[in-house]
Design a protein around this ligand. Structure first.
Ligand code: KG4
Ligand code: ZN
Length: 347
């Protein structure tokens, strides 16, 4: 193992971040905690399949990884010699996708003699709240983090950068999947979450009632909702084949309302249990208008402090990986060259 203890650049810390856990290939460069480049290559290929196809995702990462990392470094306007660390997603995620990023980070580490910083993807979604942005309102510890995306749904108590405790998580589908699968049942394109959000603005959220799951504590379950929507629509379209088309706005509003109510209930439970009234959110679903309105209402009604990163840092991105790497670098938490990707990873 080379000697990484020397500080290459005493004035500033430069971290390269690499993220390949799912279907986005991303690379970012961070200077002293500030993003100086963040490149994300989305994989359009999955749209026609109505969901992420793991085998296709890893092939696309293989094609994208070199140009994406190259562009991130060029856009940052720095020489790789300046980099102090290479942060990469170790897990959790799709194994074939992770393998591409992990192998590439290791190769760069050897070639450039730069230490590795293996990052937990879910912790990165949370610490994305520390990426400096326009409003610059950073959360104070301890706070609660609600991570809601196509792959994850968690409520985490964040005591410190590296001291986090999962209070609740989904027992089946993630909240983004609940949106996307409901959209698919209604015949909408993938990913359907943003479409449901769009149509919901014009609909009546109380028009149709869908059951909420009975799950203990701060845990979530979304698979029952999908099934009840499926049965409901099968029954309705038997009587009226145009039922979905005629009720698209009200259906979207009612589905969104139910999902947001589920999130709200669990969040209120976690707030009550911990007495913590600071909530940070992350993940693609934090773009949802209903989720944002719910958080705004809570902040007005009960004086809740809400933190939302800029949109580009809520979905999968390498800037959030780099920010975790930045804190790990300062703690000298380096990885070894025999590090392997982990589809499942302990928190
Ligand atoms: O964080 P993300 O980009 O990728 C991961 O899943 O990790 O999240 C994507 C998810 C998809 O399920 C997508 O439908 C959902 O976020 N999403 C939304 C909205 N924007 C993205 N769901 C509801 N409303 C939105 N506005
Ligand atoms: Zn993610």
């Amino acid at each position: 193992m080379p000697d990484f203890s020397k500080d290459k650049n005493k004035e500033s810390i430069y971290i390269l971040g690499i993220e390949t856990s799912c279907d986005d290939t991303s690379a970012a460069v961070l200077k002293d905690g500030k993003i100086i480049s963040n490149i994300v290559a989305n994989q359009k290929i999955h749209e026609e399949y109505g969901g992420v196809v793991p085998e296709l995702a890893s092939r696309a990462h293989q094609q994208n990884i070199v140009p994406v990392v190259d562009l991130a470094i060029k856009k940052a306007g720095i020489s790789p010699q300046l980099l102090n660390g290479i942060a990469f997603t170790e897990g959790p995620g799709l194994l074939g996708s992770l393998l591409v990023g992990v192998s590439f980070a290791k190769s760069l580490s050897i070639a450039w003699n730069i230490p590795l910083l293996p990052v937990h993807h879910m912790k990165a979604h949370i610490l994305a709240n520390f990426i400096e942005h326009d409003e610059m309102k950073l959360p104070e510890f301890p706070f609660l983090a609600l991570t809601i995306s196509g792959g994850h749904t968690q409520i985490v108590k964040v005591n410190d950068f590296f001291d986090m405790e999962i209070l609740g998580e989904t027992l089946d589908d993630a909240v983004g999947e609940a949106f996307d699968k409901s959209a698919k049942i209604m015949g909408l394109a993938y990913p359907g979450g943003p479409l449901i959000d769009k149509y919901a603005q014009k609909g009546n959220p109380k028009k149709f009632k869908f059951p909420k799951p009975k799950v203990q504590g701060a845990n979530f379950s979304f698979s029952g909702l999908k099934t009840s929507i499926l049965y409901f629509l099968q029954k309705q379209t038997k009587e009226n084949p145009d039922f979905i088309k005629e009720n698209l706005y009200d259906l979207s509003a009612s589905i969104q309302y139910t999902i947001v109510e589920i999130l709200k209930e669990k969040l209120l439970y976690a707030i009550k249990q911990t007495g913590i009234k600071r909530v940070a959110i992350g993940g693609g679903v934090s773009a949802n208008t209903g989720v944002r309105q719910m958080l705004k209402n809570l902040s007005d009604e009960m004086n809740l402090s809400v933190y939302i990163p800029n949109f580009e840092f809520t979905t999968d991105n390498a800037a959030m990986i780099a920010i975790v790497g930045y804190y790990m670098y300062q703690n000298q938490q380096f990885g070894k060259l025999d590090v392997v990707p982990k589809a499942r990873m302990k928190f």
